[in-house]
Design a protein around this ligand. Structure first.
Ligand code: ZN
Length: 433
């Protein structure tokens, strides 16, 4: 709470607009001894001076706003924060590095973002693999140990899409077993279904998050040429169906509609015309935000997808890149998380969003060779904390710079702090109807 008090002091002293103008600014928040008021005031004064000095440093250009993340900033139900992440993949070397004498352990992969995820009201990822049981395999037909889902969930992911080009990699049984594992762990999911009846009951997914009634929709461009086994259902991109689904979301009382699409061209850092057309279609027919994945790289984004529309902002993030994978190509070894803030105001729900880049490191931390998702800004500032090698720093810097340049002027960047106190994530899952 002491950390929050300082944050609010800063927010009171510096108007929001002024904070936004500070391109490179960090709040370093200190624990305060509540018993010593004078000490508190002195530290506050020092802190304000430090912030003012840092505001002079505009060496990193862009729309960057610093926030205290990983802490619930507003305990009232007037606002919520949702984090979106990209494609959670499972290549052969990820399976090998997760193997232990007792089974599999993916928890280390998420340890550096866990605090950030748990500080949000909802954290979402795309599970781009099947949980079909052994034998486990990466590309081209992905099947990972169930432990991957358990550890991702434990790290803070509270909702998953299963709708992507790999969901039928292991045929009907693979799709069905994946759903069975989700349900046995009571983890919400959307995008693939055992049959049409199940889809009709549960889709669009409606969730009540701290009083906000949210609708989630998801679609994929295809399934790598593998036919969808009867009677299972995979949500394919079909504008007639999408239009009906958006209407259904409204009919079910959704206050805010989130569309997540698996689309685009692999390794292309710019969205193609089909993505742009579909994004406009979604926004014009009731979606409030469109967020995508699949290309393995971060693509361009916009807060103004419908320039001639007075509805604002119209947010489209075409591709967040991979959440974790063994793809080490340039621009494909990291991704971005999107933080969406929804605020209940007199006129309705106001929205705002930021991105946070992360880089996936493949290397040793405390002697354990693993894949680690690292918040890239913090890792650049404090490489020693993450035990980075010179090579790591070079690759991380390349990824971070490229991502920043690509999104400059399109989305606001969020910084990330290393230490934080985490409350448990509170999400109320209520299947539709
Ligand atoms: Zn994909």
């Amino acid at each position: 709470m002491a950390k929050l008090q300082f944050f609010f002091i800063l927010r009171k002293v510096f108007p929001h607009d002024y904070l936004q103008k500070c391109n490179k600014m960090r709040f370093y928040v200190f624990i305060i001894d509540k018993r010593h008021k004078m000490k508190k005031l002195m530290i506050a004064a020092l802190l304000l001076m430090t912030v003012a000095a840092m505001c002079q440093d505009n060496s990193r250009k862009g729309n960057q706003e610093t926030k205290t993340l990983g802490e619930k900033q507003n305990t009232a139900d007037s606002s919520i924060r949702i984090i979106f992440c990209g494609d959670l993949m499972g290549h052969d070397s990820q399976i090998e590095t997760a193997k232990t004498s007792e089974g599999y352990d993916y928890a280390p992969c998420f340890q550096f973002i866990e605090g950030y995820l748990k500080g949000a009201d909802l954290a979402i990822a795309n599970l781009e693999l099947t949980l079909a049981g052994p034998p486990y395999k990466g590309y081209p037909h992905f099947c990972s140990p169930d432990q991957l889902l358990k550890d991702a969930h434990q790290a803070g992911f509270s909702l998953f899409t299963t709708c992507n080009n790999h969901c039928v990699d292991r045929g009907k049984n693979g799709l069905l077993r994946t759903l069975q594992i989700f349900d046995s762990l009571n983890i919400p999911h959307l995008g693939t279904y055992r049959n049409e009846e199940e889809r009709q009951s549960n889709y669009p997914l409606i969730m009540d998050v701290k009083g906000f009634k949210l609708a989630f929709l998801t679609y994929t461009y295809g399934t790598n040429g593998i036919s969808i086994p009867e009677p299972t259902v995979v949500n394919m991109i079909d504008t007639a169906i999408i239009k009906a689904d958006l209407e259904e979301a409204q009919a079910r009382g959704a206050e805010y509609v989130i569309a997540m699409v698996h689309w685009g061209s692999e390794y292309q850092t710019t969205a193609n015309s089909r993505q742009k057309g579909l994004a406009e279609f979604l926004l014009n027919h009731g979606a409030d935000i469109v967020i995508g994945g699949h290309p393995h790289v971060v693509q361009n984004a916009t807060m103004d997808a419908l320039p001639n529309n007075d509805k604002s902002p119209e947010i489209v993030v075409y591709s967040m890149g991979n959440l974790i994978s063994n793809i080490r190509k340039i621009n494909a070894d990291g991704g971005i998380m999107i933080e969406l803030e929804l605020k209940r105001e007199k006129e309705g729900i106001a929205q705002d969003c930021w991105y946070m880049p992360y880089w996936v490191r493949k290397g040793q931390f405390n002697g354990l060779y693993q894949f680690y998702i690292l918040p890239s800004y913090d890792a650049r500032q404090h490489p020693e904390k993450y035990q980075l090698t010179e090579d790591d720093i070079r690759l991380l810097t390349t990824f971070d710079n490229n991502t920043h340049l690509r999104l400059q002027g399109q989305l606001k960047e969020c910084s990330y702090q290393w230490e934080r106190d985490i409350d448990s994530c509170s999400v109320h899952y209520s299947p539709a109807r």
